[in-house]
Ligand binder design. Structure first.
Ligand code: DAH
Length: 364
């Protein structure tokens, strides 16, 4: 029986040495399993207690249990040391240089859609000229989308617009998805006194689909109302805008007589362009590209919003945001704008932190 006591002593010194020598947590775990696991040396001693006489159990029970407690404590202490060592080693290898520039992969990968980019460019240019931004709802009533804009019930422009209508309501009226941003003119003039200087970018809807038409697209409307706003001002505003937007020193412009119910006189504006190989250069050249519609606000429109045409006058214009994005950034098919193809967005998109500004440059 003396040999059991000697065995216990021997085991304790062997385990103690093994614990001190364990170089990492895995090695320490192996020692723990060897001693305290199901078939471990201490577990076997505890099991042997069962077969002993009551006297022996009284003698050896405390010895074996004492061993178990001390080994358990020693294992815990060693584990703490090894954990701290592992952490120190990790900290030593994983240094962070806080002086490096931010390179968050999420920011690096994300791209701003060309429509958002061009909208931001428009805002930068027109805000600099003193315009503010106006908005209106996508679901409009017939009055703001048509009638108040001097497009009466039987006017052919209503058919030309390929309008999406909602079902007729109990009172016989039908709401619709706005076909242009021009209803924002009406809402603005009803809501504020002149002088008015706004641009209204936003989504518009028409039932149409081919390489240059999608059922949803984007327009930007411009409106200036005061006592003297005239065609000369309109021409200056558009010329300044086009030079800034296409980032060229000069833009050749041509005003062609046209017709819109809400303006009189009405004009369409073409810009000069040339094709160099595959590239379209905007500004100079023998070619012409239609870019927007504009005119002096029709006296009927002013009357419809309670403004006296003898006192107030103004000009307006409207153009397609997607269309000028296609022209500026050489994107051939409008439908790809809304296809949500990541490869397309990576190719045509813009870096998220490059906000367009007149001082910093509109596009890269
Ligand atoms: N609303 C017109 C359209 O969608 C565009 C337009 C033309 C707007 C002339 C105007 C304007 O404000 O004066 O085709």
């Amino acid at each position: 029986m003396a040999s059991i006591a000697a065995n216990i002593e021997q085991l304790e010194s062997t385990l103690g040495a093994a614990i001190t020598e364990a170089g990492d947590e895995a090695a320490l775990e192996a020692v723990r399993v060897g001693a305290l696991g199901k078939k471990g040396s201490i577990s076997e001693l505890l099991r042997a207690l069962g077969g002993m006489s009551p006297e022996q159990r009284q003698e050896f029970g405390p010895l074996i249990n004492g061993l178990k407690t001390r080994v358990t404590d020693a294992l815990g202490a060693r584990r703490d040391i090894l954990k701290a060592k592992a952490l120190d080693a990790r900290l030593a290898t994983e240094t962070v240089d806080v002086t490096l520039p931010v390179r968050d992969p999420a920011i690096g990968l994300g791209r701003v859609h060309p429509v958002s980019q061009v909208a931001d460019e428009l805002l930068a240019i027109f805000a600099d000229m003193g315009f503010s931004i106006a908005e209106g709802p996508h679901i409009e009533n017939d009055n703001y989308n048509f009638t108040a804009l001097n497009i009466p019930e039987d006017h052919p422009a209503r058919q030309e617009m390929d309008t999406f209508y909602f079902p007729e309501r109990a009172d016989g009226t039908r709401r619709l998805l706005r076909t242009h941003t021009s209803p924002v003119q009406i809402r603005t003039m009803l809501g504020a006194k002149p002088p008015i200087r706004i641009i209204a970018p936003g989504r518009v809807f028409r039932c149409d689909y081919d390489q240059t038409h999608t059922p949803m697209f984007h327009q930007v409307e411009g409106l200036v109302i005061d006592k003297q706003a005239n065609l000369g001002n309109l021409k200056w505003v558009l010329e300044e805008f086009l030079k800034a937007f296409f980032e060229v020193p000069n833009v050749k412009m041509r005003f062609r007589a046209s017709h819109f119910p809400f303006t009189e006189p009405s004009m369409e504006v073409d810009v000069g362009c040339t094709r160099v190989g595959n590239e379209l250069k905007i500004g100079e050249g023998d070619g012409w590209l239609e870019i927007l519609g504009c005119g002096m606000v029709h006296p009927n429109v002013l009357r419809n919003v309670g403004l006296d045409p003898a006192e107030y006058q103004g000009f307006a214009w409207g153009m397609g945001i997607d269309r000028i994005a296609m022209l500026k950034y050489g994107i051939p098919d409008l439908r790809t704008f809304f296809a949500s193809d990541l490869r397309w967005l990576r190719h045509y998109g813009f870096a998220a932190l490059d906000m367009p500004s007149l001082a910093g440059g509109l596009s890269r």
